[in-house]
Design a protein around this ligand. Structure first.
Ligand code: FMN
Length: 186
């Protein structure tokens, strides 16, 4: 079965190292027939969650704030796999990704028990150093809390400037992971 994949790219650099991982993952996933939709979060108008607990009334546009999240919600709802792609910023996800993820709470609000829709997930990260432990731990805990299934992660360290990731082995890892996520070879 070909899966639907939503990629939330939290890097502001469209040609940066995270985006290179995203591109290779996408190439692999599309080769095996997956449908991939990428969102460049930094280029979108996405505001922080207001914490109003007033959402969930309209499944098509579940948040009270009307901004570019309305482009993401329908794709997220249909997606089998959510790919979180981000540079390591202060040992964590980028603000762009965190902000977007908070806003997915409005989808959980559509359920009377605030249950999040069940998804599979992938993490793609790039960093100057190799200090991924905290972010990886956070990601794995988050997936446990949401009840989502991790399909894998690719962490590319030692990359700072745009283009640094060229020839790094993690590009191929992202491509191979993309080819596997349809489930046939997992
Ligand atoms: C605000 C900011 C915070 C950063 N924090 C870290 C960090 O905690 N650890 C690290 O290794 N690199 C850190 N970096 C470096 C980036 O992770 C690195 O440049 C990465 O390759 C950027 O990915 P991109 O090309 O997708 O933008 C930081 C960069 C910025 C701009």
């Amino acid at each position: 079965m070909s899966k639907k994949i939503i990629i939330l790219n939290g890097s502001p650099r469209v040609k940066g190292n995270t985006s290179a991982l995203v591109n290779e993952f996408t190439r692999g996933a599309e080769e095996v027939g997956c449908e991939v939709k990428i969102f460049q979060l930094d280029k979108m108008n996405i505001h922080g969650c207001k914490g109003c607990f007033g959402g969930g009334k309209n499944i098509e546009s579940p948040c009270v704030q009307k901004d570019d999240m309305d482009k993401i919600y329908p794709v997220y709802r249909e997606a089998d796999i959510v790919v979180l792609a981000t540079p390591l910023y202060y040992w964590n996800f980028s603000g762009q990704l965190r902000t977007t993820f908070d806003r997915l709470f409005a989808v959980a609000e559509c359920d009377p028990n605030y249950r999040n829709p069940k998804k599979e997930s992938v993490l793609l990260m790039a960093a100057e150093g190799y200090g991924f432990d905290d972010a990886l731990q956070y990601y794995q805990n988050l997936m446990k809390h949401l009840g989502w299934t991790e399909l894998g992660h690719v962490l590319a360290g030692g990359v700072m400037k745009v283009g640094d990731i060229k020839d790094h082995k993690e590009l191929n890892q992202a491509y191979e992971l993309g080819k596997k996520v349809d489930g046939n070879s997992l």
